[in-house]
Write a protein that binds this ligand. Structure first.
Ligand SMILES: [Zn+2]
Length: 312
């Protein structure tokens, strides 16, 4: 009932672009808030019943032609996790829902994002006391999952804004505490090709190594944007026309100038992570997105409606 009211209140011609990163087969005690397959299937069914779900490329086309007849929804995934192909795609296919997958090309075929290296290291630590001089406080007792999540969050927060090379140095040192970190978190090239072959999927650029563009010199930022596009085009033999800014907040993670680089690289539209919905007036190189992080539909629907009316 609540979700029906929330959806029926969204009559304006606005478009919602939802962001996801991962869909896990089952709940992970290291990342308990990540969507599971069970929740994603419930959500996919609800979206399919309640909305016209269109590809982001179609939404961009309609926005350009003043043809958005909302409320419409697009589904997007950032980063290029293998579970996008293994877990999410079969569910999207079950409900015939299109989706766009923004892939950081440098992690394809065995790479790992720095934050995942931390999470996977902490997951494998033997219980006991650890003294970590790169962190504050320096002393951590690892026992249950809560203590592991606490250490992972502390390290991620402490190192997030360091220059990429310095951060990688700290992560590499930390990762040496354990053996056998996974090399299958991100898609392989073969998985990416199969994903791209689905008629429901679009692959978009997300730079090569996922840097905060605003922290890079212009030539390095331009190179990240262009080389990520080039990699994907070479592997998939198709033009890549959509882009997602890493981390994605305008003014913090990327600047107006980066939108120009994205345009000059040949992309036709780009999505941010600033919260909001799209209408005919939206800058197509700063398309806002939003996903309510609730795993119950009434709350999800209400937050979608609040976003629709700019209340969130
Ligand atoms: Zn990302």
């Amino acid at each position: 009932m609540i979700e029906k009211l929330a959806v029926s209140s969204m009559r304006l011609a606005r478009h919602h672009t939802l962001i996801f990163h991962r869909v896990l087969n089952e709940q992970d005690p290291m990342s308990p808030d990540e969507p599971t397959a069970e929740w994603f299937r419930t959500l996919a069914g609800w979206l399919a019943r309640r909305f016209e779900v269109i590809s982001l490329a179609e939404a961009v086309r309609r926005a350009g032609n003043h043809g958005l007849r909302g409320p419409t929804v697009s589904i997007t995934f950032d980063d290029g996790y293998a579970d996008n192909f293994l877990v999410a795609l079969p569910i999207l296919e079950e409900f015939a829902l299109p989706a766009t997958f923004f892939v950081a090309s440098g992690f394809i075929d065995g790479g790992r994002m720095w934050n995942d290296s931390i999470i996977e290291t902490v997951r494998r630590l033997q219980p006991g006391n650890y003294s970590l001089e790169d962190l504050s406080p320096t002393s951590f007792e690892i026992s249950d999952w809560a203590s592991r999540r606490h250490l992972a969050n502390t390290a991620i927060t402490a190192w997030k804004h360091l220059p990429p090379q310095e951060r990688q140095g700290k992560v590499d040192g930390f990762s040496a505490l354990v053996d056998d970190l996974p090399i299958d978190l991100m898609m392989s090239k073969a998985q990416l090709r199969l994903l791209a072959e689905s008629r429901l999927s679009t692959v978009g650029g997300h730079t090569r190594t996922h840097p905060i563009l605003a922290a890079l010199p212009d030539n390095a930022a331009r190179d990240e944007i262009e080389s990520g596009k080039r990699d994907l085009e070479e592997w998939l033999q198709r033009e890549i026309t959509l882009f997602a800014y890493p981390n994605g907040k305008l003014g913090r993670d990327y600047l107006r100038g980066h939108a120009e680089f994205v345009k000059e690289a040949g992309f036709r539209a780009a999505v941010a992570t600033d919260w909001g919905t799209m209408d005919a007036a939206t800058d197509l190189f700063a398309i806002p997105r939003f996903t309510p992080w609730h795993t119950n539909l009434p709350r999800f629907a209400v937050d979608m409606a609040r976003c629709h009316f700019g209340l969130i």
